[in-house]
Design a protein around this ligand. Structure first.
Ligand code: FAD
Ligand code: DHB
Length: 391
């Protein structure tokens, strides 16, 4: 098989890239190791930045998002039983975010790709990328029990944090920056209307908690838990009791309970692989960088990477100049590091770190106080949360 752009992975990065290339008249083939149902139901991100919303609309993939997504104009910070609303449009000159689940973004993009895009092969596992620094790189893959080869002009590794693409970049050219956190998130989906109409990020002595949603009928909630926690250790009742404690306020706010339909634990990690390009192999999304989920940046960064790649390739086709493609890694990394900084700051602001000293606890509260007291600090949070502009 031969194509212009070989895409490994049908997460949001790979699927959106295929769509952007299709719209620009550039052919691609997407290889995805899992089956369609798995990709469409993997419970992950829920918040789309303004820029991501604009990109999906412009790509012709925004119709259902505009119908069913929930525009959010702010979040609530909750600490010391106090509530503080951060007003996004007022602080950013009109920007907001959209609550629309990653599962739904993937469903929409898969439907479009199968209807009018190039090949999208499920249960097609990439085994290795070869010849990244040659004119014609290739992907070896296994599909329907047979090994095959995809010959490409370019390969984009959108294969997530455990993918194979980045292994094709020689170690001596690679630098990895990493940080792990001694806690994770226990996430639940529950069939109960969200107890608040905006997201609530709660700081508590017992640990962080987040109230989010998937629809007006379905709540998504997270609890900070110790690293290595097994979700089955937590009964449904214990989860609701703990959420209730951490969201407690001085007023009469109440957390509504309902049947829990899913629960799982996500570890927290910061990770950046530099460079994001080697020859004709490009890395995009979680394949190149991971952020802890506090601040909701992962999916949005993946979108930024593939937009940058698609624009650079179109620029090459239209002008003959490879300048933008050559600058891909540096261009993406500037944005990536801003998101790393913000996600790290939000994580350390809101979580309880085991072994933190009383001094550090007070500093954390002082940082929260600063956001509620100084417009400049609050504005910085609102600007970062609603998104970093694409270059
Ligand atoms: P992935 O979604 O991981 O997709 C990679 C794809 O490649 C997968 O389908 C995988 O099966 C496939 N693959 C892997 N190896 C191979 C191979 N060898 N061959 C073929 N295919 C392969 N981000 C946000 O922006 N906002 C949020 O609110 C948010 N919340 C989150 C909450 C949780 C609990 C978690 C876990 C993550 C959250 N994120 C959030 C992060 C976000 O989900 C990821 O950043 C996003 O999925 C990255 O997309 P991707 O396409 O790069 O990678
Ligand atoms: C969700 C996840 C996040 O990491 C976040 O900061 C906000 C919302 C969510 O899954 O809804």
């Amino acid at each position: 098989m031969r194509t212009t752009v070989g895409i490994i992975g049908a997460g949001p990065a790979g699927l959106l890239l295929a769509r952007l290339l299709h719209n620009a008249g550039i052919d691609s083939v997407v290889l995805e190791s899992r089956d369609r149902a798995y990709v469409e139901h993997r419970q992950r991100a829920g918040i789309l930045e303004q820029g991501t919303v604009d990109v999906l609309r412009a790509a012709g993939a925004g119709e259902r998002m505009d119908r069913e997504g929930l525009r959010h104009d702010g979040i609530e910070l909750r600490f010391a039983k106090r509530r503080h609303r951060v007003d996004f449009p007022g602080l950013t000159g009109g920007r907001s975010v959209m609550v629309y689940a990653q599962t739904e973004v993937c469903k929409d993009l898969i439907a479009l790709q199968l209807k009018e895009g190039g090949p999208l092969l499920f249960e097609a596992e990439a085994l290795a990328v070869e010849g990244a620094d040659s004119e014609s790189p290739l992907v070896r893959f296994r599909h329907e029990g047979r090994e095959d080869v995809l010959e490409c002009d370019y390969v984009v590794g959108c294969d997530g944090s455990w993918g194979v693409a980045r292994k094709a970049i020689p170690e001596e050219l690679t630098q990895v920056f990493e940080r792990t956190y001694p806690f994770g998130w226990l996430g639940i989906l529950a069939d109960v209307p969200p107890s608040h109409d905006e997201l609530v990020y709660a700081h508590h002595d017992r640990g962080f908690a987040l109230l989010s949603m998937r629809s007006p009928q379905v709540s998504r909630l997270y609890l900070q838990v110790p690293e290595g926690t097994d979700a089955e250790e937590w009964t449904d009742e214990a989860i609701w009791d703990e959420l209730e404690r951490r969201f407690e306020t001085a007023d009469d706010w109440r957390l509504e309970r309902g049947p829990i339909t899913q629960k799982s634990v996500t570890p927290m990690r910061s990770y950046v692989h530099e460079p994001m390009r080697h020859g004709r192999l490009f890395l995009a999304g979680d394949a190149a960088h991971i952020v802890p989920p506090t601040g909701a940046k992962g999916l949005n960064l993946a979108v930024g990477d593939v937009v940058t790649f698609a624009r650079a390739l179109v620029h090459l086709k239209e002008t003959g100049s490879a300048e933008r493609l050559d600058a891909y890694s540096e261009t993406c990394l500037r944005r990536v590091w801003q998101a790393e900084r913000f996600s790290y700051a939000m994580t350390t602001l809101l979580h309880r770190t085991p072994g933190a000293t009383p001094f550090e606890d007070r500093i954390q509260l002082a940082r929260l106080d600063r956001i509620t007291a100084a417009r400049s600090a609050e504005q910085d949070l609102a600007e970062c949360y609603t998104g970093f502009p694409l270059e």
